[in-house]
Design a protein around this ligand. Structure first.
Ligand code: X5A
Ligand code: ZN
Length: 697
């Protein structure tokens, strides 16, 4: 399996700038790139990456997306006088040309292609390209919004053409709408008769049945500052109801932000409740990120409030798709402090370092919920994971755009005095704390006859007299069983090592997973304020475990025991238990992730109940996603006889990406209903579970 992270950068791309006065363009400066790269060097991240040289994209590659006339016109810009350049620039919106920009634009697109090559040829697992000019606004025959060639769109076409990649997911977390990418792929289902054709021969009827799997090959997701069409580029088609055209319907996903000031929880909520369910259902072979950081706090364009460490999480949440094949290409980002911080968070996550803890997440704001609700109902007919969600009326929200456009109503936020002031105020935030790697990434507690996986350190059983005497008090029956006692004692000391960050994650084979879990939970140090216990499979968890809120239990099973739900004891009951992949993922993405983020545990204990029925790939996805919490400190408890799970579990804890799930079927109606019911019941306690604005004041 490929590993390593590519970094693509060349100083040449700092060598063009705005040569005249234009307030709209003055923020797009060469320093954007140099400060980002210098921060990577200063933090020792550049050195840990595989440095890949840039190259120019060829004409043929640029023509994958752009017209011949446009390319020929741009080709002339290096020879133009200042007056000619100004004149040429005038036909486009919010962009400038310079004698060296054509060269840089070829390098920027070429960098994205080098990155795709490195990932697809398995020289590296993932990577980031730091480029200028950005790309996502440029269209077939037009420059726009500082963009000349559409780097990511070209890369997507290139990946399909050169490597036969069937499904490409483009995630555009830049704060502007990448309308260029949308136009490029919105009616995309090209090559219907090309790949993906399966022919069944039916002997009985003596006929051949051709089944054509018609998949749109590129799924584009973008969130963007919109303000009911008041914000640049002020397009009607940036709204949530642009879902793609004809066969491309459902493959264009726009989440408009109708207010500024969106925070980490707003971003996470959109990932949990729209992007991730759809992305897992789509099952991409490659993920491309339009990685703009003008969506971070302090940015003069975005005016949002999400902190740089959110990008560690956004990146991580995408890293278990497509077998980890992720290429991030820089787009916007104009605050020279938050931009390099955000770039570092992204690259450090690609390198596999522990995730930062996100503290004090609130619920999404009302405006974010309105957008989320509208988007989910606009997309529900295309995606099984959204299919059965309640369909509220979106009318009052969409008509607001028209009424504002016609000057009938004022935007509500403008009527509040002092709001304007708040925006112009300098934003302050802390530099994200360091993310130190523990000396031991994963440790195991295993019976002597079970081999310890490579890269994982076996902890030899050690009996702490103090721990043992406390254990004896609690687990009287086991007091006789010296072996179980030794195992429990070792588990407690393993957790202590995790707490000191000497060890990242742990896995253990134990005689009784529930007893082991109880033992860990009752004996962790009082400094571990919150422990998230995730139980997979049937089995009774003593309900007193969670009484003081220091423990949150979330169980996924096929046992109908919904009565005893409480804020800290959540039981998800699925028809086929953990065997049904789509139902299970629905619960993981729509329930477990939001609750986990809001709870913000210091330790995660993942319990695999005996005979849970969970398949390998799903188990790996779950284990990988749980690394989002507690700075990656997860303890996995498994039943002694399930020693075939040790290897797969260890590989994920050591940082391997989970293999992709097959394209998911729509989950069973009963399962969706069960998850929805639970979500509604719990959203008063866990605000990140909200998907509609009905419940907020
Ligand atoms: C790539 C990017 C922004 C253009 C803003 C024009 N472009 N007002 O962030
Ligand atoms: Zn932008």
């Amino acid at each position: 399996m490929a590993h390593g992270t590519a970094l693509i950068y060349d100083e040449e791309m700092t060598k063009y700038k705005l040569l005249w006065v234009d307030p709209a363009c003055k923020i797009e400066v060469p320093e954007r790139l140099s400060v980002s790269y210098e921060a990577l060097v200063r933090n020792g991240l550049a050195d840990r990456c595989v440095s890949i040289p840039v190259r120019e994209a060829t004409d043929a590659e640029i023509l994958l997306v752009h017209s011949d006339e446009y390319l020929e016109a741009v080709k002339k810009t290096p020879y133009m006088t200042l007056e000619d350049l100004k004149e040429f620039t005038l036909q486009f919106g919010d962009v400038y040309f310079h004698p060296n920009i054509y060269r840089c634009a070829k390098l920027a697109a070429g960098s994205a292609l080098q990155l795709v090559d490195s990932v697809m040829m398995e020289r590296v697992r993932n990577g980031m390209a730091l480029v200028r000019p950005p790309g996502h606004h440029s269209m077939r025959s037009a420059a726009s919004g500082f963009c000349v060639f559409n780097n990511v769109a070209i890369a997507a076409r290139y990946a399909k053409q050169k490597y036969g990649v069937k499904r490409v997911l483009i995630v555009d977390w830049d704060i502007h709408h990448g309308q260029g990418v949308q136009y490029c792929f919105e009616d995309d289902p090209r090559g219907v008769f090309g790949k993906g054709r399966i022919i069944f021969g039916c002997l009985k009827c003596n006929i051949l049945v051709f089944v054509l799997f018609i998949f749109n090959s590129v799924l584009y997701f973008s969130w963007h500052r919109y303000e009911h069409q008041k914000f640049w580029p002020q397009l009607r088609e940036s709204d949530y109801d642009s879902v793609g055209k004809e066969k491309g319907a459902g493959f264009n996903i726009n989440l408009p932000w109708n207010q500024v000031g969106m925070e980490n929880s707003d971003y996470l909520s959109v990932f949990c409740h729209v992007l991730l369910p759809v992305a897992y259902e789509f099952c991409p072979d490659l993920v491309l990120v339009c990685a703009g950081f003008d969506s971070a706090i302090g940015d003069p364009e975005g005016e949002m409030c999400a902190t740089p460490d959110i990008f560690a999480h956004l990146t991580h949440l995408l890293m278990n798709l497509a077998g980890g094949r992720l290429c991030a290409v820089l787009e916007g980002g104009y605050n020279l402090t938050s931009l390099p911080q955000s770039v570092c968070q992204t690259v450090q996550t690609l390198l596999g370092d522990p995730l930062p803890q996100l503290a004090n997440l609130s619920g999404p704001c009302r405006s974010a919920l309105e957008s989320l609700q509208c988007l989910r109902s606009a997309q529900k007919q295309y995606w099984g994971s959204l299919k059965h969600t309640a369909s509220p009326t979106a009318a009052n929200i969409s008509t607001k755009r028209i009424r504002i456009a016609e000057g009938e109503v004022e935007e509500e936020e403008k009527t509040e005095l002092g709001e304007e002031e708040k925006n112009s105020e300098e934003k302050v935030w802390h530099e994200p704390p360091k993310r130190p790697c523990p000396p031991i990434r994963a440790a195991s507690v295993l019976p002597d006859d079970v081999a310890c996986p490579d890269g994982c350190k076996r902890i030899t059983k050690d009996i702490h007299p103090l721990v043992v005497s406390r254990l004896k008090d609690h687990l009287v029956q086991e007091a006789e069983d010296g072996d179980a006692l030794a195992t429990f004692s070792t588990l407690v000391s393993l957790v202590q090592k995790m707490e000191k960050n000497e060890v990242g994650s742990g896995l253990a084979l134990v005689g009784d997973v529930i007893k082991a879990m109880m033992c860990v939970v009752q004996h962790v140090s009082p400094d571990l304020n919150r422990v998230l216990v995730v139980c997979v499979g049937n089995g009774k968890i003593p309900s007193h475990i969670s009484r003081d809120g220091k423990v949150l239990v979330l169980q996924i099973s096929s046992d109908a025991s919904e009565e005893q739900q409480s804020k800290h004891y959540i039981s998800v009951c699925l028809q086929k238990g953990c065997c049904n992949t789509s139902g299970f993922m629905q619960a993981v993405l729509g329930l477990l992730l939001p609750v986990g983020y809001e709870y913000n545990p210091d330790l995660v204990v993942l319990v695999r109940m005996p005979d849970s029925g969970v398949c390998d790939v799903v188990w790996k996805q779950l284990t990988g996603l749980l690394q989002s919490f507690a700075k990656g400190h997860t303890l996995v408890l498994m039943q002694e006889k399930e020693n075939s799970c040790v290897g797969p579990t260890a590989s994920i804890l050591l940082g391997d990406p989970a293999p992709p799930l097959e394209t998911l079927q729509a989950p069973d109606r009963e399962d969706v209903d069960a998850v929805e019911r639970l979500r509604r019941r719990l959203q008063a306690d866990w605000k990140l579970l909200q998907t509609t604005s009905e419940y907020t004041s």
